[in-house]
Design a protein around this ligand. Structure first.
Ligand code: PMP
Length: 362
């Protein structure tokens, strides 16, 4: 029954109910111009109005400081693993990267094709897992930027505080955390996020970049992949993902109507607390591998003390309408993603099922 089923996928993930309803009523209907939102040219006034209002709403939600630009680009965050060095190295030979887990490592592997990667303070890899240390990071001044992954979607790990990288611009892969809580944007030189977790649907990557960094793009960067060229072209140097941008605008509206980022942060903390309490209160039946202060509020990773119960757990959960709880293949175990669109009722349903399963199988 779709009304009582919950999707805990890490992305593409659940959309807010209001967004699905508005999309159904607004996107697939032709207007007086003979076109629906799916059919309008990206060069026309109607799409430009959609784009500008999405950007305006996002800037309001983020309290975007002066001197920052917002880009709506085609593709996902993985492209940015290459495009960040291509656009930001300038004349530099090196950039710093913090290794905090799976996605940081993939960003590092891609960056190595473009520059020397200097190791910023990373995680120790010890159990329980912890994010890199907070506080000032002493980085060589010739690093073009320092890249971090504030929320590791696969590892279920989040930075409790941002590092201070001094003069070295901080760059973040914010794919699984952008818009899940208030954010001090002035701390960053650039951040980027794929849309399919908290900003809408796949196909779109949102970037926020400090304008002075736009001058660094290498001459060989393809025009459509150049941050500077896309800023100059209002994200429309070539056809942008118009449907995904339209949906992102609906998501931004919903967040604003729901109380903005402070409300998202509070609701996300509460949902996460519900699940971590179910894990920690299970007498060891369930275990969270991440240190308490470093646990992600949106990707709750957990394990069963008895590994043989993973498949029975997943099957029983699905039969109760609790879907997509399998952990990433790289780390195994279980994971519940609780992005903005997951209501408290979803977290409550899962916590109730977990207690039930532990009672029956413990
Ligand atoms: N970074 C992080 C933190 C992610 O969670 C993901 C997707 N799960 C990616 C990068 C890759 O995004 P995409 O598949 O949209 O390229």
């Amino acid at each position: 029954n779709p009304a009582t089923a919950w999707n805990f996928a890490a992305g593409p993930a659940r959309l807010p109910d209001a967004v699905l309803e508005r999309a159904r009523d607004g996107l697939f209907v032709r207007g007086a111009d003979g076109a629906s939102a799916l059919e309008r040219p990206f060069t026309g006034d109607a799409f430009r109005a959609t784009l500008h209002s999405a950007r305006e709403r996002l800037a309001q939600l983020l309290e975007l400081p002066a001197g920052y630009r917002v880009l709506f680009l085609a593709g996902g965050a993985m492209q940015q693993f290459a495009l960040v060095p291509m656009n930001l190295l300038g004349g530099a030979q090196r950039a710093a990267y913090a290794d905090s887990g799976y996605w940081a490592q993939r960003a590092i592997a891609e960056a190595r094709r473009y520059c020397e990667v200097v190791a910023a303070p990373g995680f120790a890899g010890a159990a329980p897992l912890a994010a890199p240390p907070a506080g000032p990071w002493d980085l060589p001044a010739d690093c073009a930027y320092c890249h971090i992954t504030p929320n590791e979607t696969v590892d279920g790990l989040a930075y409790p505080a941002l590092p201070d990288t001094g003069e070295v611009p901080l760059v973040a892969d914010a794919t699984s955390c952008l818009l899940t809580a208030p954010l001090d944007l002035a701390r960053f030189g650039l951040l980027y996020a794929s849309a399919q977790k908290n900003l809408g649907v796949a196909g779109l990557c949102v970037l926020v970049v400090r304008a002075d960094l736009l001058e660094r793009a290498a001459p060989a960067v393809p025009a459509a992949l150049s941050y500077r060229r896309q800023v100059e072209a209002d994200s429309c140097l070539n056809t942008p993902p118009t449907l995904a941008i339209h949906l992102a605008g609906l998501v931004f509206d919903w967040i604003a109507e729901s109380g903005g980022l402070a409300a998202m942060g509070a609701a996300n903390r509460r949902k996460a607390a519900t699940l971590y309490a179910a894990i920690d209160g299970s007498g060891g039946f369930y275990r969270a591998p991440v240190a308490a202060a470093h646990r992600s509020p949106v990707n709750v990773r957990f394990q069963l003390a008895d590994e043989a119960l993973v498949e029975p757990f997943l099957a029983a959960a699905a039969s109760r309408g609790l879907h997509n709880l399998r952990g990433h293949r790289q780390v195994g175990g279980l994971r519940a993603s609780l992005y903005n669109a997951m209501p408290q009722a979803g977290a409550d349903a899962l916590a109730g099922f977990m207690a039930d399963f532990a009672r029956r199988r413990g």
